[in-house]
Design a protein around this ligand. Structure first.
Ligand code: CP
Ligand code: NVA
Length: 309
């Protein structure tokens, strides 16, 4: 087997993360200048979605088209996986047809199994532990707005979920300080937190988890939030909406951040719950620039993994 590269965890691109952000910037510039860039001519990407998606699906599909290639949307109900074909066999077969597989899954184990059995790169389009492609786009957005990660502090307010986990690892890798404010029982994954802290020691950043959102946003340059009920947690909705109420990103909370702090959200947002309309539509919100950057970041990831750019 060749030396294919997967992106299951953001840790898989740890040593190339800054390079990927540079590539995303250069690809975005070319796109804005109307310059064609087609390193994936004739290549295909299979996309398996076990969960809904707007941004990930559209940015990967349009990204493949813009890079000269093609993407196929596959839902498990249409695939034979839905009728019992194994993930391993699916990986082996798809590898004979396509040049890469993107997989949005309920369980990390399934993404790992697909990656281990595919001879083409496998890209994690979100699972229960991480959302690496999201965070690559987020770091690109932060870099665009601030020029550097030095002396920056990101405050994450809300659920210690997949997005929070990847943000902790991403912040540690690029050397940005991060404080997550999460209610008791909803903290980020302990193993991921320990890994982020180990990496942060080398990169010189500080990683904290606290319970008080006001403490987290103090001196923050970026305030980030995500939904309180992730896909697959719908049964916990009522309980979660109660627990997370004090974690809403609203104007009052933002008063404690730096004056020029920006607000980010990976989207989809539940307006009036984790974020107010006022903040989401206000001057500090960069959520739609962030959403656009999914496309540019995806193109960098695809060019790197599928064509070695
Ligand atoms: N942020 C994100 O991944 O959005 P989708 O669920 O719409 O893909
Ligand atoms: N944490 C959210 C992110 C959605 C993009 C979820 O997993 O549903």
């Amino acid at each position: 087997m060749g030396t294919k590269r997967d992106l299951v965890s953001i840790l898989d691109v740890k040593d190339d993360l800054v390079g990927l952000l540079e590539l995303a910037a250069s690809i975005k510039n070319r796109t804005k200048a109307g310059e064609p860039y087609e390193p994936l001519r004739g290549k295909s990407l299979a996309m398996i979605f076990e969960k809904a998606s707007t941004r990930t699906r559209v940015s990967f599909e349009v990204g493949m088209t813009q890079l000269g290639g093609h993407a196929l949307f596959l839902s498990p109900n249409d695939l034979q996986i839905g009728r019992g074909e194994t993930i391993a066999d699916t990986a082996r077969v798809l590898s004979r047809y396509v040049d890469g597989i993107m997989y949005r899954a309920f369980r990390r184990e399934n993404v790992v199994e697909l990656a281990q059995n595919a001879s083409v790169p496998v890209i994690n389009g979100l699972d229960d532990r991480e959302h690496p492609c999201q965070v690559i786009a987020d770091l690109f957005t932060i870099l665009e707005h601030n020029g550097s990660f030095k002396e920056l502090k990101l405050a994450y307010v809300g659920d210690g979920n997949n997005v929070c986990n990847s943000l902790l690892l991403g912040a540690a890798i690029v050397g940005m300080d991060m404080t997550a404010a999460c209610p008791s029982g909803y903290e980020p994954d302990a193993e991921i937190l320990a890994t982020a802290r180990r990496i942060a020691k080398d990169s010189g950043s500080k990683i904290h988890v606290v319970a008080d959102p006001v403490v987290a946003v103090q001196q923050a340059d970026v305030v980030y939030t995500d939904v309180w009920v992730s896909m697959g947690q719908e049964k916990e909705k009522e309980q979660r909406e109660k627990v997370f109420r004090p974690y809403q990103v609203n104007s009052k909370l933002l008063d404690h951040a730096k004056r020029d702090a920006v607000v980010m959200h990976c989207l989809p947002a539940h307006r009036g719950l984790e974020i107010t309309d006022e903040v989401m539509d206000g001057p500090r919100s960069i959520v739609f620039d962030q959403a656009e950057n999914r496309l540019h970041a995806q193109k960098a990831i695809l060019s790197r993994l599928l064509a070695g750019v």
